[in-house]
Design a binder for this molecule. Structure first.
Ligand SMILES: [Zn+2]
Length: 356
């Protein structure tokens, strides 16, 4: 597919949003990057990761506590991804580029690849949200059907039931299968991968080996195979479920759109900002625990419009964007509670499994 092109509007909604958000930062004198609240959160999450890892691997607690710690480790790893890696990769964690790079690099330590993430998430997903054939986030073929433009198989009738199992496997598949697929195929979905430098190759392999040593070899050596396997599966399943649920609630719920470009011209109907609002949803904007933990991924509308602004500012700019949407008659999709968004995701999957 040719790269889709967004429509250009006479009075750009995007320009107006930018103007209002710039005014907010000028008036408050705040920097758009992370602040002390974010750095405190980063320290809490990283310390929790180190302490849990050391306790589990070197001072293995009794089974019940060990399992509980593996569950917690799954949440902590997802939390590092949401709050540190994701902001760092968008360059919004800090005003210092080296700190952003370091934050983005945390993904390599956790088994992923910051190179693949940058291409999959920052370049493809953010630019071409919910466009089938381009956005890799909705490409779970043939296991799931995420848009009516994708082929429908009999098994999709049950996808609103078995998706839990697939989501549980996401983290394990990501670090052991999907990154390597992208690496060797040299593409993400239909998009060719950016050329990798020698340093990119060395970082990819170096961190993959370090991750295998940290998460497989060393714990098998200290705990034995069976204890490691149980612990690793509990940790991996929790991380996978948490990451996929939080990311899926952003774009694949009822009311979000899946626009397709014109076959002949490659043009899309809407300008970029309107496209983002049609394809993206928020959830639980007033839940303080969720706000702290998911790194602004419950304010995906704000994130997709302003990925270079740290998530720590999203609750504040949420009001400005809602106001602008009202004035420009652009629909703003938000679920008041997380359970509403999950129910909507299940209904969405059910519809996609049956719709022609
Ligand atoms: Zn993002």
């Amino acid at each position: 597919m040719a790269t889709p092109k967004f429509a250009s509007a006479q009075t750009s909604f995007r320009a107006e949003l930018k103007k209002r958000i710039n005014e907010y930062f000028q008036e408050t004198g705040k920097a758009a990057t992370g602040n002390i609240a974010l750095y405190t959160k980063a320290i809490v999450l990283l310390s929790a990761f180190i302490l849990l890892y050391i306790h589990l691997v070197f001072f293995t607690p009794q089974t019940v506590f060990a399992i509980a710690e593996c569950v917690l480790l799954g949440f902590v790893v997802a939390g590092i991804g949401f709050n540190i890696m994701h902001d760092g990769a968008h360059g919004s964690f800090s005003k210092h580029a080296w700190l952003n790079n370091l934050a983005a690099f945390s993904l390599n330590l956790l088994g992923g690849s910051h190179f693949m993430w940058n291409m999959k998430h920052n370049v493809i997903h953010h630019a071409y949200t919910n466009i089938d054939g381009v956005d890799d986030d909705i490409d779970i073929k043939p296991w799931m059907r995420m848009s009516t433009t994708q082929p429908k198989y009999k098994l999709h009738r049950y996808q609103h039931i078995y998706f839990w199992g697939l989501y549980a496997l996401l983290y394990i598949l990501w670090i052991f299968v999907l990154d390597y697929q992208k690496y060797f195929k040299r593409r993400i979905g239909d998009m060719p991968l950016k050329k990798m430098s020698t340093a990119d190759h060395l970082i990819f392999w170096g961190f993959k080996i370090l991750n295998l040593a940290m998460f497989i070899a060393l714990p098998i050596y200290t705990l034995g195979f069976t204890s490691w396997l149980i612990g690793f599966l509990v940790f991996g399943v929790v991380a996978g479920l948490v990451i996929s649920i939080v990311f899926q609630l952003a774009h694949t719920v009822e009311h979000t759109h899946f626009p397709m470009p014109d076959v002949a011209t490659g043009r899309l109907e809407d300008e970029w900002a309107v496209h983002q609002l049609k394809t993206t949803a928020n959830f639980a904007p007033r839940n303080k625990v969720i706000n702290w933990f998911v790194g602004g991924l419950n304010f995906q509308v704000e994130h997709h419009l302003f990925p270079n602004i740290s998530h720590i500012h999203y609750p504040a700019i949420n009001k400005i964007i809602k106001q602008a949407c009202e004035e420009f008659s652009v629909t703003y999709i938000e679920f008041p509670k997380m359970r509403h968004a999950i129910a909507s995701h299940v209904s969405f999957l059910k519809q996609m499994g049956r719709a022609s």
